[in-house]
Design a binder for this molecule. Sequence first.
Ligand code: G6Q
Length: 561
Amino acid sequence: MRSARTISTGKSSLVNTPAWQQLLKHHKDMKNVHMMDLFAQTPNRFDQFTLEFESILLDYSKNIITKETLTHLFSLAEQQKVQEIRDMMFGGEKINTTEDRAVLHTALRNRSGTPVLFEGKDVMPDILHELDKMRVFSEKVRSGTWQGFSGKKITDIVNIGIGGSELGPKMVCRALAPYADMLDVHFISNVDGALIENTLARLNPETTIFIIASKTFTTQETITNANTARAWFLNHADIAEADMVKHFVAISTNTQAVTNFGIDIKNMFEFWDWVGGRYSLWSSIGLSIVLYVGMDNFIKLLEGAEAMDKHFQNEPLESNIPVILAMIGIWYGNFFGAESSAILPYDYNLRLLPAYLEQADMESNGKSVDKDGKQTTYSTGKIIWGTEGINGQHAFYQLLHQGTRLIPTDFIASIHTHSSLHEHSNILASNFLAQTEALMCGRDMRETRLQLRNAGIALNEIEKHLPHMTFHGNQPSNSIVLNRLTPRSLGSLLAMYEHKIFVQGAVWNLNSYDQWGVELGKKLARNILDELDEGGILYQHDSSTEGLLTWFIESQKNNNV
Ligand code: G6Q
């Protein structure tokens, strides 16, 4: 925990509460327990610690937990009023207190026909109206009724947006690639000109639509890229400003800024300030998904998420998947001192899920001041990282198997992949299963010695190699098995993680829905941009930053290559 600078007026008392203290006590009994012993004691442990949700199976038996552990963890959740806060969120209350906003992304996937009230007004008619607008537009583009300025059918969609206005749609488009049929979709987020230059070089302005996706429509990276895209478009021969109407659409909450940019309001898709950026893929921010895989598949995605919402709202804590995942995460983070958690999807199409969850989780719960403005005296959001299996096995799994840190993992796999190559699918599945087994069981000295002996290794060589070839095991993992990655199962999976994040934030008494932490760097960058543009130091900096800035400026002046 950082301590050198005071950042709040008091300290949170969570660690002194009865449920926390009970867990601390229980941890003393559990900290040296090996999961292999837990399995030996309870042969039906798999049945005890698995849950099914539609076509998704969650196996959480490979965790350092007993029934008693879960009882204590659920007491903590109850003590922290997780269910009450959950109902406040679904009920449209302004639980994002620092921004005075409701958190209603769940309304975006409410397909039940029931109203969702925010400040006494039903938000559903507006949501359904936008969905309808997305359907009409996407069907025109996909059918070829909507044509570019020269009468050609649209072939490429470019989503220009960053953070929450990119990571979700991009991850979903890659995940649902097998459902894409007619259009190519590209994503431009980084302000590094290399990205937009490379992308535009492959595109034809006659057949490209740009979606400028920005909740605020003031984000520097997005507006810079949007201006570059507009200039590129208008630079082509025979194109007039009026032709933009066929090629530029906006998704935003800021009508004025969209108009100022030169996008026709007819081409603007709305959403609302009660949709947080990183929770916005379910809104019109999902337009690129709709164009890519069609509206019917987008609706299935929403329905999958809605099904998980209902599960989260209605299941008791003991069988509530997001709650269980969240509380097990807290068990490791706060009691075992785990610093990070890895997301390891054994489905190529889910390869962007770790990057998406990095934002969803770390921007939501990477906070050290609680809702009451008090300094937390406990760890909060874990470092989320990962990559697709099998690739990670050939890269960083060494540290998982034999490193010094406890790193809880989520292994995610699909039984039926979208590949027709059965041999590949089985190799993938076998590695998925073997890794969680190896992480938990490890291999003790006795077994390692036996194996080396059977391999004909000389005795003195065996003893030398032994410590290096022994695995302690006891690395926890959750296995999340989808029958198949479909729009519906993906929707459920993503909503599951959203609610897991919610539960952890509620237990830690955080506001998971603001992100003040990203502001300071942005502000300083604006000043430094002035200095780079002016070619001189204008503001006060520490000596390192000033030295670096001067180095940049001088090197630019000297045109050093
Ligand atoms: C997400 C964050 C952040 C945001 C981007 C883009 O929760 O708020 O990632 O989505 O900064 O913001 P705009 O959509 O306003 O351009």
